[in-house]
Design a binder for this molecule. Structure first.
Ligand SMILES: [Zn+2]
Length: 257
């Protein structure tokens, strides 16, 4: 059977959020600010729907006062996806804006790199200040409870999870971040999540300032770029252009490919 081709959608669930430019692009424009959005992504093709990242749960979003927040499940409904029925959720990494909404997908199998899971859920270093600021204890407890059940798949390295859908270990931003390589009508596309906050990171090699391992990060760029069929098919995690430069299919939802 031929490998299915998929379409990829970016769904904004919060933003615009003002950030120091030097946080989004490492040590650049120290005196400036910039804007980012928070997204989840939907991959659809054949009979499958795969959601990439969980977004932020409503409670944490109000604690963190996220501008323009809409429950990610609401945004999914705009393209006729019922979060409660989703079967596959890829958690790219365990930062709050990507994992906190895990409870919104009660029937999904969650795919997360084993390294990432072990660090955030089991390693006491993850409780230290620089890490605690970027994660969500509530979401992490939910994830921890799934250990040993069919709903949690701990991935070791690169792995095809469905025909035309491959997870790639791409550490740097976090210890076990993964991106998703997707077979599309235009070739292999990469849902890069925070491997790059912005499109420009892929061009300039300047990632965000939220770094666990810069050397690994540079190797991850080489790996991701080699896998994508063209540079135009590398998609970052937080760029406003994900919404602005692609066809709009619903409010705050664009089709990337
Ligand atoms: Zn993020």
């Amino acid at each position: 059977m031929a490998t299915p081709t998929y379409e990829i959608y970016a769904l904004k669930y919060a933003g615009p959020l003002i950030r120091p430019a030097s946080m989004v692009t490492w040590f650049q424009d120290m005196d400036k600010t910039t804007e980012i959005n928070y997204y989840i992504f939907a991959i659809r093709g054949g009979d499958e729907t795969i959601i990439v990242d969980c977004g932020c749960a409503p409670k944490l979003a109000s604690e963190r006062n996220l501008n323009g927040y809409v429950n990610p499940a609401e945004v999914l409904r705009r393209i006729n996806i019922d979060a409660k029925k989703v079967r596959h959720v890829v958690a790219t990494h365990i930062h709050f804006d990507h994992i906190s909404g895990v409870e919104l997908f009660p029937r999904a199998t969650i795919y997360v790199q084993e390294k990432e899971f072990l660090f955030w859920i089991k390693n006491p270093i993850a409780k230290r200040a620089p890490f605690m600021h970027t994660t969500d204890p509530v979401g992490n407890r939910y994830l921890a409870k799934l250990e040993g059940t069919k709903r949690l798949k701990l991935i070791r390295g690169d792995k095809k999870i469905l025909p035309g859908i491959e997870l790639l270990l791409a550490p740097g931003h976090t210890i076990g971040l993964q991106v998703v390589a997707v077979n599309t009508a235009r070739g292999t596309a990469i849902v890069g999540s925070d491997a790059a906050h912005l499109f420009s990171s892929f061009r300039t090699d300047i990632p965000s300032a939220i770094i666990t391992d810069m050397i690994s990060w540079m190797k991850s760029y080489d790996k991701i770029k080699a896998k994508a069929s063209s540079p135009a098919l590398l998609f970052p995690g937080h760029d406003l252009a994900l919404l602005e430069n692609y066809p709009k299919v619903a409010e705050d939802v664009s089709r990337l490919v």
